[in-house]
Ligand binder design. Structure first.
Ligand SMILES: [Mg+2]
Length: 357
């Protein structure tokens, strides 16, 4: 195999202004403020990694990620990308709370390594599937806008709409009814982003049931550390409950399983890194817990990496990797081919398969 020794590393901020602000129960984002890491191997191959920090979720922001990655630069140079687990472990030992920065390092290492091997990343992970279907997220917007979006999305072929709730139950119900009106054949999932008390979450489901609406998933109804509260919700509804913000680490996944508080775990690279995501997927599968994969506000690079993980491992029941809607502002192009709502992976490009414009 060609040398996978790291010759150089570059780190740059990625700022993309969103066309529309993105609002969920814990806040509003106006701009993507991520960080791109490029590692260059002695064999000339470049590997790309991305960090998508979001303070209320992972306690990081662009400035902390830049600081961590810059302080890892000298450590990375001279290491072998083929030793990606060893490198990840050493970085994690020091910067364990800086998980999106670690994710960028793992992503860049795996991209460069699998490019050297000349195989696509999803094949490296096992190549279980070469097609995955995503839902599309409708954030907290007016009912009119939500209905309009739902109609357009249904026409495009989306079969599952994920609806952000948890900020104002009355407005949430109105918005869900509007979405159902605009896209009557779509199934819906709900994500409260920790916005409800346990009893409020159940009352919310009861209100929906009175309107003959039955979501197929209820994600993170209550605050992340309230495992008994989440169990209360789960035990009092037949709608599957998913843990998202509750699970960042393998230990978190085991706690969810031991406490019996969720039916599904939502895995995100920006919560656990890529290696952590693989570990959590294995734990969940072993415990017969459903798998979901999600993302933050990410460029085509990082989103593509998650598509490779979902397809490579297979068995994800809920896929929330909606496409980026700002391709002209994205610094990357390529990645798995996307025709709403299906990603198709091919063996034409190795690694993550994205290119810098
Ligand atoms: Mg979520």
């Amino acid at each position: 195999m060609e040398s996978t020794k790291i010759k150089d590393v570059s780190i740059e901020p990625l700022n993309i202004e969103l066309e529309e602000p993105f609002t969920i129960a814990i806040g509003t984002k106006y701009t993507i403020e991520n960080v791109i890491l490029t590692i260059i191997l002695e064999n000339g191959i470049e590997g790309y990694g991305e960090a998508a920090p979001l303070e209320p979720i992972n306690g990081e922001n662009q400035a902390t990620v830049l600081a961590v990655l810059n302080s890892c630069k000298d450590f990375l140079i001279g290491k072998n990308a083929s030793n990606y687990r060893s490198i990840s472990k050493q970085v994690k030992n020091i910067f364990w709370p800086q998980i999106t920065a670690l994710c960028a390092i793992e992503m860049a290492l795996l991209d460069a390594f699998t490019k050297t091997l000349k195989i696509p990343l999803y094949q490296f992970f096992g190549g279980m599937e070469n097609e995955i279907e995503t839902d599309y997220t409708i954030d907290i917007v007016s009912s009119d806008e939500a209905k309009q979006n739902a109609t357009i999305l249904a026409k495009k072929g989306y079969r599952i709409l994920k609806i952000k709730v948890g900020k104002n139950p009355k407005e949430d119900i109105d918005r869900i009814l509007a979405i159902k009106d605009g896209a009557p054949d779509c199934q819906i999932t709900l994500d409260a982003n920790q916005g409800f008390a346990p009893y409020e979450a159940l009352r919310f489901l009861e209100n929906l049931a009175e309107n003959n609406i039955r979501p197929i998933l209820f994600e993170q109804p209550v605050v992340k550390h309230d495992l008994p509260g989440m169990k209360f919700v789960k035990d009092n509804t037949s709608i599957p409950v998913a843990a998202d913000e509750t699970v960042f680490t393998s230990a978190d996944a085991i706690n969810v399983i031991r406490s019996g508080c969720a039916d599904v775990i939502n895995i995100k690279t920006m919560k656990s890194g890529i290696i952590g995501a693989l570990d959590i997927a294995a734990i969940a599968r072993s415990a017969n817990i459903g798998l979901m994969i999600g993302c933050m506000l990410e460029s085509v690079l990082s989103k593509s990496a998650s598509v490779h993980i979902a397809a490579g491992l297979g068995g994800f029941s809920f896929i929330d990797l909606d496409p980026h809607s700002y391709p002209e502002k994205d610094p990357f192009t390529g990645g798995p081919q996307f025709n709403d709502p299906i990603y198709t992976l091919s063996d034409d490009n190795s690694g993550i398969g994205v290119f810098k414009k």
